[in-house]
Design a protein around this ligand. Structure first.
Ligand SMILES: [Zn+2]
Length: 73
């Protein structure tokens, strides 16, 4: 999947909150992809990391919000 094809914001499939795309902390630009190849999003409502498939997982130490997003968490 092309990174440019990713949505930078999604609706959290678990609680309906706004979730924003996460990027790898080492590159700060490449979207973080979980072990199944799905981009990860940080839910501003539930404060969890979630994929479009509704899977949540820990991983905050390796992830950060995309720098280009004007968000304060
Ligand atoms: Zn959520």
């Amino acid at each position: 999947m092309e990174p440019s094809a990713l949505d930078t914001r999604i609706t959290c499939p678990r609680d309906g909150g706004v979730a924003v795309l996460l990027v790898d902390i080492e590159t700060e630009s490449i979207p973080y992809i979980d072990e199944e190849g799905n981009p990860a999003y940080f839910c501003l409502e539930g404060h969890h990391v979630v994929t479009l498939q509704g899977k949540t997982f820990p991983g905050g130490g390796k992830l950060r919000l995309a720098a280009s997003l004007p968000l304060a968490v």
